[in-house]
Design a protein around this ligand. Structure first.
Ligand code: AP5
Ligand code: MG
Ligand code: ZN
Length: 217
């Protein structure tokens, strides 16, 4: 089963994607996470991507496409995958279709998590993430705080705030989403693959709505 998780910054793609990956035993493939790992490891890709990410802009398509086609060809994606944060514009969607065709795969369902902008800003400003890459658990200072301040419940490592989770960059990210990514709702609706998900309310309720949509597709 091959799923796309779409939605604006802070919609809950990573949070829900992690839960769905565990439920269906398929990997969560987040282009944002792979890019951040490259930035922190100081790879060539990371050096090229960093300034775009910190400005809230999209990293150039060619860089992201090479990265994602390598990732989807790996063995653990054979039984399925959940893509988080890719595609992000129509050119990437067309490229993805081509890559999947080459691997004899296709998308089964594109889920669009919907959350009002004011709520997105609150979610992003308060987000904290585990520094341990193997863990990567996400928290929110108000909505989902860790038991001990600044420490991950799951592994005891320190938490950090993403460089792009500051108010001015959040504005740029929301603008880029509206201009470049939101048109994909129409793209996948035309292909009868799109399902909108109300992303407000408690995490468990949203997970249940997504699971119903996936199982009932
Ligand atoms: P990326 O990492 O994908 O960031 P994003 O799309 O801005 O989305 P986020 O990760 O910020 O939000 P999320 O939806 O995962 O929310 P989360 O679950 O964490 O991309 C970053 C950058 O990389 C881009 O700006 C771009 O530069 C580059 N990039 C990535 N992919 C690219 C591509 N394909 N092409 C080009 N460039 C690319 O939740 C957020 C917070 O809310 C958390 O604190 C969480 O605890 C809380 N929360 C979640 N659900 C709820 C709820 N129901 N109620 C209350 N709080 C909640
Ligand atoms: Mg994310
Ligand atoms: Zn952790």
């Amino acid at each position: 089963m091959n799923l796309l998780l779409m939605g604006p910054p802070g919609a809950g793609k990573g949070t829900q994607g992690k839960r769905l990956g565990a439920k269906y035993s398929i990997p969560l493939v987040s282009t944002g996470d792979i890019l951040r790992a490259n930035v922190s490891d100081g790879t060539d890709l990371g050096k090229k991507a960093k300034s775009f990410m910190n400005a809230g802009e999209l990293v150039p398509d060619a860089l992201v496409l090479e990265m994602i086609s390598d990732r989807l060809a790996q063995e653990d994606c054979a039984k399925g995958f959940i893509l988080d944060g890719f595609p992000r514009n129509t050119a990437q969607a067309e490229s993805l279709a081509g890559v999947l065709e080459g691997l004899s795969k296709s998308i089964d369902l594109a889920l669009g998590i919907d959350v009002p902008d004011a709520e997105l800003v609150k979610r992003l400003c308060g987000r904290r993430i585990c520094t341990n890459k193997a863990c990567g658990s996400g928290y929110h200072l108000d909505f989902d705080p860790p038991k001990a301040e600044g420490i991950c419940d799951d592994c005891g490592s320190e938490l950090y705030q993403r460089a792009d989770d500051c108010e001015e960059t959040i504005g740029a990210r929301l603008k880029v989403y509206g201009e470049q990514t939101a048109p994909l709702i129409e793209y996948y609706t035309e292909r009868k693959l799109f399902k909108a998900i109300d992303g407000t309310g408690p995490l468990d309720g949203i997970t249940a709505i997504i699971v119903d949509a996936v199982d009932g597709r």
